[in-house]
Design a protein. Structure first.
Length: 144
């Protein structure tokens, strides 16, 4: 069971995701996404979406943040935050299936996933648990 994040940890994680969003390379979709993960030792790693003219080679912000943490030897993620702009007709923008599967590899099912939406200067945050977003992940072959 995950220890809940303090309000300060949550805000710091969301701020890191929002800052990472500014580095988005999204010339095709114009849809900027930022993400940040908080690891078990308190480190924060960020990522942003990076598009490619060959759309299948685009990498999402969530995976970039997780891969940065794993690349630094941090494999236990306590929480993830992501931030996007508001889209008409949607309350929030959920991670894609590939990101959800990668998240399930390094994040516990009961871990918080904070999905933030920017509507002008207003930031609205939706708190979910990974198991709500990915109830039936592919099982992995090793322990978390």
């Amino acid at each position: 069971m995950n220890t809940p994040l303090t309000k300060e940890e949550q805000e710091k994680l969301l701020d890191a995701a929002q800052q990472a969003r500014e580095n988005s390379y999204s010339p095709y979709s114009k849809f900027k996404v930022g993400a940040a993960v908080l690891t078990a030792d308190g480190s924060i790693f960020t990522g942003t979406n990076i598009e490619n003219a060959s759309y299948g080679l685009t990498v999402c912000a969530e995976r970039n943040a997780i891969f940065a943490a794993v690349g630094a030897g941090k494999r236990k993620v306590r929480a993830l935050a992501l931030i996007t702009q508001k889209l008409p007709g949607l309350d929030f923008n959920s991670p894609c299936g590939a990101c959800r599967q990668v998240m399930s590899e390094f994040i516990a099912p009961d871990a918080p996933v904070y999905i933030a939406v920017l509507d002008g200067p207003k930031r609205t945050v939706y708190a979910k648990q990974l198991q709500e977003l990915m109830p039936f992940p592919f099982d992995k072959f090793s322990e978390k």
